[in-house]
Ligand binder design. Structure first.
Ligand code: R5P
Length: 300
């Protein structure tokens, strides 16, 4: 029997694409809320002895996590031997240690929660900060898809004379790899973050690159302050309009509009979080990664 893809609400497009690529059936499920806010889950597709691949990107995770865990528990109850999760955006990576006394280490708690309900995980470029791999916090097998090759391909096909710009020293390794594959030079800026929405960047000697189009690449656009400050800085240096590329476009509040208003020439993201800016498709890489889980969880 074909494996079943169960997409949580909001993940329909990527679920259908993955089903086609993996020759799987799109399962039928109702996931909704009762008027008082409690979650309701019903899975209509027959799951007994079938591999189940749940698809749920985890931006705005607090609203999604309980329905996701209930759906996974329901699938197990209905006889699915293994439940995998494709979560193109992995949430709760930032709080990976106690920065101030009394803080919760939420990346660990979140990983424990998911690991108790699902059997394997496929995700895209988690921002690991102070961890070296997901296996430090997830007790289940996981596979990470890297967006860099697709980002480089997009730059090669869409930007003339690019200059890649990394927003901070943490991004250097990643930006260098994207630049090399895009056959373009790169610079890395100095960034200091003073608060959630208070970011300052500096770009030493950027003026020498005025004949190139700056392409700012970052793994996450959340409040977009990093990108907004960088775009403003590059504008003051009389550079061409900046192309902004984010792997994960979260765009908290009005961040997208604010970034466009700040003067970004173009804003493009990967389709890990559904958004109008999605221009780089990672579904092929995600399907490959699910296939590669093979003996560790998924068998078609
Ligand atoms: C930071 O370590 C990340 O790579 C991004 O630069 C950061 O998450 C962007 O956040 P924001 O859009 O809120 O400036």
């Amino acid at each position: 029997m074909k494996p079943v893809i169960l997409g949580l609400p909001g993940n329909e497009t990527i679920s259908h694409t993955l089903a086609t690529r993996l020759d799987a059936e799109v399962g039928e499920a109702i996931v909704r809320h009762f008027p008082d806010g409690e979650s309701y889950v019903r899975i209509k597709t027959q799951l007994s002895e079938r591999q189940v691949i749940m698809v749920c990107t985890l931006d705005r995770p607090d609203k999604k996590i309980l329905p996701l865990l209930f759906a996974a528990a329901t699938a197990k109850d209905l006889g699915a031997p293994k439940i995998g999760l494709v979560a193109p955006y992995p949430a709760y990576m930032r709080q990976d240690r106690r920065f101030r006394p009394g803080e919760g280490i939420t990346s660990v708690y979140f990983a424990h929660l998911l690991s108790n309900f699902i059997d394997w995980l496929v995700t895209v470029d988690p921002h690991l900060h102070r961890r070296s791999s997901l296996s430090e916090i997830y007790s289940i097998p996981s596979k990470v898809v890297h967006a860099a090759p697709r980002v480089s391909e997009w730059i090669r096909g869409n930007v003339n004379d690019p200059l890649l710009v990394g927003p901070d020293s943490e991004s250097e390794q990643w930006v260098a790899a994207v630049a090399e594959a895009a056959r373009a030079p790169y610079v890395v800026l100095k960034k200091s973050r003073r608060g959630d929405r208070d970011v300052e960047v500096s770009a030493p000697e950027i003026e020498q690159w005025r004949e190139r189009t700056p392409v700012l690449v970052d793994d996450i656009i959340s409040t977009a302050r990093t990108m907004i400050e960088t775009v403003a800085h590059l504008k003051r240096a009389e550079m061409r309009p900046t192309v902004c590329i984010g792997v994960h476009g979260i765009f908290a509040g009005n961040a997208y509009q604010e970034l466009l208003s700040a003067g970004a020439g173009r804003v493009v993201t990967c389709n890990t979080v559904p958004h109008a800016s999605n221009g780089i498709d990672l579904s092929g890489l995600l399907a490959e990664a699910v296939g590669e889980m093979g003996d560790r969880g998924y068998q078609s």
